[in-house]
Each structure stands twice: as structure tokens, then as C-alpha cells.
Write a protein that binds this ligand. Sequence first.
Ligand SMILES: [Zn+2]
Length: 236
Amino acid sequence: MSSEVVLNLMIKVSEALVALIRALQAIVFPHQCRACLSIIDVSSVFCSPCLAQIQPIVSVLLPLTKTKTLKVIALASYNGVIRELVLKKFKGDRLASRQLAQLLLQMSPLAAQPVDVVVPVPLHWTRYAWRGFNQAVEMGRVIAGAKKAVLQSCIMRHKKTIFQSRLSAQERQENVRGIFSLHPWYRAVGMDSLRGKHVVIVDDLCTTGATLTQVARMLTPYQPASLTAVVAARTL
Ligand SMILES: [Zn+2]
């Protein structure tokens, strides 16, 4: 038997083994709908009936300055199956974060949005240490990968905030004022990487918009071509 025939045979055997392992995996660990646990295709997040529950919402414009606004793209309002998926971060479920980004890319105006740089909203380090990951970074990584963009974690959060929804509009702005700063690395190398680029700020949830506008106000002086916020859900 020639070496070429042996090689082809080995490739065929390994392909068959991979297919067998995948088939066994699907039996032992079937891919389930994240809401109702019915068995679905491996590339899907929800089954069709659960997916149909997601009601797309229009993008909102938040005022940044007298002349500038920030467009906030969201997958859906904060309820139902999307709320459940957002809340899975408290159970250490990184896959849920990646799936939220996947849905945003498939079902929201983000699909048509040009993106060069992705800036995730940071967590305070104590929350990061407790949870082990930042849902915004996980989402940002998927979005950056799909858009062939750069994930740039250039913002740091150095103060924990109290839960925004208990506060008045004035208190919300006060609550987030001065909680963010530029990462020391970007203070050193500068932020020219944003100039003339389509920049997207990513977070899992937009409740008051105060956090997103605070981050946006930090980035606007670096003259991006466009600045847009993308969240999985919003309550606004
Ligand atoms: Zn389902």
C-alpha cells in the first residue's frame, strides 16, 4: 500500500471518529434551548417559540452634549428570555454572554453597523474577582471577532456604584461621575487608535444610560468617526 493511500485512509478514519464523537456528544450532552431546555440545533441559542418571544426594540438617542447624542442599540427590553440570559452571569455562565452577543449580531441593527474598535464597559475589580469574568468583555470579544474589529479595554472603573434604578435622574449622573478613568497603558501610549474609527461601547444592560453616556463622554475627545453603544437589553 502506498503512503498516499495510507494517509487518505487515516484522514477518513479520523473524520469518521470526529463525526462519531460529535454524534455521541449530541446524545450525552444535547444542545438545549437556553429558556425551555428543548433540544435544538447546535448553532442556535433559543428554540423557535422562545426566539419568537424576543420583541426587538428601537434604538434610543441619549444626550451627550448640546450637539452630540449617543445611539444605544439593544437586542430587546429587559424581560423574558433575554433577561434570564443576562442574569446567568451571576451563575458564572460565560456562554450566556457570548450567546447574547451572537443574538445582537443576528437580530439587532448591530448587524449592519460598521465596527472598528469595541470598548467594553468595565466592572469594578472586586466584582470581577467575585464573578471571574466581565459579561461586557465576553460580549465584546464575540462582537470584535465577528466584525474583525479590535477589542480595546481602555477604561477602568475605580469605584463601585450603587444600584442605579433606585436613584433619580440627577442622582444617577452623580452616582457615575468620576468612577471611570483611562487605563494606565492607554494613558501612556495615547488613544490615537480611536481617531476616525467606528467605535462601539458594549455592556450587557442599560438601565439609566448614565454609565454609557459617562464612558462615551470619555471617548469623544479622541475623535472617533462614530460612537455607538450596544447592549443586550435596556429598561429605558
Ligand atoms: Zn425554548
